[in-house]
Design a protein around this ligand. Structure first.
Ligand code: NCD
Length: 353
């Protein structure tokens, strides 16, 4: 059973095929209108969402399928204390594929190893967001005609911004990409994301948005993730760190592409929306097309095998308060060795401390 918990669960060939399918869907929607007739997508959203949930739903309807699900934890049995594992087993009886968003890191992975249908991670805490990356990849491909040899500025909350983590994982598999990480010191990219990439891509760090503005092929703005802060004073101090306004774009490349996973708070002034380089609304449309391609891909693949449960060392305890192990008492804590040689929780990727 193929599930997509991390963007690395999809090979580069699979990504390239899905991009082709998404472009074909946009040109020939009728060809796909009945492909999922009789199939049901369950959208299990334990955390708020507009684009991701609605684009998954629109994707399934446009493939001729149906959708069941919930959009907040309070309207599910999670509010009665049901575990993610049980929820996944139950929903496997009613649907053909699951899209799950959850505030705890590793929750969709727990669902995947317990479900008998494919599970798609629609965002888990500050960890991964692979389907946003699909939207990003299609947008970059359509705008730039390639996914390699690009200088990509990633701006804002690189610590908690899950879309950035998945995007780095994906883009570092294409040759010659360079990442410029622009964030306040407190919101730097977690070490585990960078260590996983190793020397497959180049990284430069700065706190100054303007330092490399004239070099970017892609400028990826992100929201400071208010809901992930334990200290709101820190959030208030950092929330306006980077605000993109038309004057800041004067020296940027004429064919630069400005992306944002949205929702924006105030990181991009609405005055930028009319700039030809602003691609964030196209990105939302591309998200639906890629989710259609992903649903088709996962429903077609059925090797009869369960999504693999990672082996590793037990006997340690994950202390990350946002890991799924912090709320699901019966989950076994397991650690695997990362590329940096450090032990990391198999659910949330945090290093053992
Ligand atoms: C992102 C998310 O949920 O991580 N939104 C989305 O899915 N398009 C980004 C965000 O919430 O800032």
């Amino acid at each position: 059973m193929k599930s997509v918990i991390d963007i690395l669960d999809l090979s580069v060939e699979e990504l390239d095929d899905m991009i082709k399918t998404a472009i074909d869907i946009s040109k020939n929607p009728d060809k796909y209108a009945n492909k999922c007739k009789g199939k049901k997508l369950a959208t299990l959203f334990f955390e708020p969402s507009t684009r991701t949930r609605l684009s998954f739903e629109a994707a399934m309807y446009e493939l001729g399928g149906n959708v069941i699900g919930f959009s907040e934890a309070n309207s599910s049995s999670a509010s009665k204390g049901e575990s993610v594992a049980d929820t996944a087993k139950i929903v496997s009886c009613y649907a053909d594929i699951i899209a799950m968003r959850h505030p705890k890191e590793g929750a969709p992975y727990v669902a995947a190893i317990n479900a008998s249908i494919p599970v798609i991670n629609a965002g888990d805490g500050g960890h991964h967001h692979p389907t946003q990356t699909l939207a990003d990849l299609l947008t970059v491909y359509r705008e730039k005609g390639r996914l390699d040899g690009l200088t990509i500025g990633l701006v804002g909350d690189l610590k908690y911004g899950r879309t950035v983590h998945s995007l780095i994982n994906a883009m570092s598999r294409y040759e010659g990409n360079k990442f410029v990480l622009v964030s306040p010191r407190e919101l730097k990219l977690p070490d585990y994301v960078r260590n996983d990439v190793g020397n497959k891509a180049q990284f430069v760090e700065t706190t100054d948005l303007m330092e490399y503005m004239d070099k970017f092929d892609i400028l990826y703005m992100t929201r400071i993730q208010r809901e992930r802060f334990t200290d709101l004073d820190v959030y208030n101090r950092l929330k306006d760190s980077y605000i993109l306004t038309p004057d800041k774009l004067i020296n940027a490349k004429k064919d630069m592409c400005i992306l944002h996973p949205l929702p924006r708070v105030n990181e991009i002034s609405v005055k930028v929306d009319d700039d030809e380089r602003a691609c964030y609304f196209k990105q939302a449309l591309n998200g639906k097309l890629m989710r259609m391609a992903l649903i088709l891909h996962l429903l077609e693949l059925n090797d009869g095998k369960r999504f693999p449960k990672l082996d590793g060392e037990s006997g340690h305890v994950c202390k990350n308060p946002t890991c799924i192990t912090s709320t699901e008492q019966e989950l076994e804590h397991v650690f695997k060795k990362g590329k940096d040689g450090l032990l990391r929780c198999i659910y949330c990727d945090k290093t053992l401390s």
